[in-house]
Design a protein around this ligand. Structure first.
Ligand SMILES: NC(=O)c1ccc[n+]([C@@H]2O[C@H](COP(=O)([O-])OP(=O)(O)OC[C@H]3O[C@@H](n4cnc5c(N)ncnc54)[C@H](O)[C@@H]3O)[C@@H](O)[C@H]2O)c1
Length: 261
């Protein structure tokens, strides 16, 4: 099933806004960074890997979200160069191939790495950016969670619970920071065509089966997730906070006994 309309062509007015995206070098993070840049925002990608796709309108700062001091230096650089951070998108996360096992078979170093990137990385960035947003009296934090935050599967016994924690970070922080004019939202994608998913499909196969698990009959594009992030970060969503939006081709609506066709 084809994508009917190339997403990303709905534009928002983001000129004057400073947007920080973690993991913006590829995949969903890159599409989000491109979407904001296209709508006029000043966009900074914080990633531990250089992007293979050079985009002059996206500033890249080398940053590993597991290293507190590096995160602090990067955020200080953004604030001193641009004077504000209006949107933080916590997107950088990992799901390494060696994590697709029952938890008792996992090496503790894999568990610790996933926790440090996927859970603590979101927290590290939020702790650094929220004081700035409180000072500004405005801001939006978007946490990229996952469909696996909401439902079970074999082989995601660490990744899934951490993604659930990303949704709970969203709710808790939304309640805490609403009085400061800061909104906190999250997006839970279904399977999206990114290097992360490609690596798994290359190793495990099942591309068609994965597509068919989504009632819309395909996996999503990174720009379809970006479209949701752009809307949630905009003033069109000014009354939305603490919400998780599933962008998943109907995966979440698909009951265990349902047949999508
Ligand atoms: N692709 C999917 O199907 C899917 C589905 C649900 C949720 N997600 C979530 O979407 C987000 C993006 O996933 P993706 O598929 O684009 O992944 P990806 O692996 O294609 O890209 C992730 C990016 O994060 C960066 N990154 C990883 N560790 C980092 C670190 N320690 N510090 C800084 N940057 C780091 C990588 O270098 C890379 O550029 C993640 O939060 C993921 O959990 C993805």
């Amino acid at each position: 099933m084809a994508v009917r309309r190339p997403p990303g062509d709905v534009t928002y007015q983001n000129s004057g806004r400073v947007v920080c995206v973690t993991g913006g070098s590829q995949g969903i993070g890159l599409a989000i960074a491109e979407g904001f840049a296209k709508s006029g925002a000043t966009v900074i990608s914080l990633d531990c890997m250089d992007s293979s796709q050079k985009n002059e309108s996206i500033q890249q700062i080398h940053c590993d979200v597991t290293v507190s001091l590096g995160c602090e230096t990067a955020i200080n650089q953004i604030v001193s160069e641009h004077g504000a951070i209006d949107v933080l998108v916590n997107n950088a996360a990992i799901q390494p191939l060696e994590s697709y096992h029952p938890v008792h078979e996992l090496d503790e170093s894999v568990i610790e790495r996933m926790t440090s990137v996927n859970l603590l990385g979101y927290l590290r960035m939020a702790r650094l950016v929220l004081p700035r947003m409180i000072q500004q009296g405005s801001g939006v934090v978007v946490n990229i969670a996952s469909g696996q935050a909401h439902r079970t599967a074999r082989g995601v016994g660490v990744y899934g619970p951490i993604k659930s924690a990303n949704v709970m970070q969203t709710r808790q922080w939304a309640v805490e920071y609403a009085r400061h004019g800061v909104r906190v939202v999250s997006v839970s994608p279904g399977a999206i065509d990114t290097p992360m998913v490609r690596a798994t499909l290359d190793a495990q196969g099942g591309s068609e089966a994965l597509a068919n698990r989504h009632p819309l009959g395909r996996i999503g594009s990174p720009h379809e997730v970006a479209a949701a992030v752009l809307w949630l970060s905009s003033d069109h969503a000014a009354f939305v906070t603490g919400t998780d939006l599933e962008v998943d081709g109907g995966l979440g609506a698909f009951g265990a006994f349902a047949d999508p066709y």
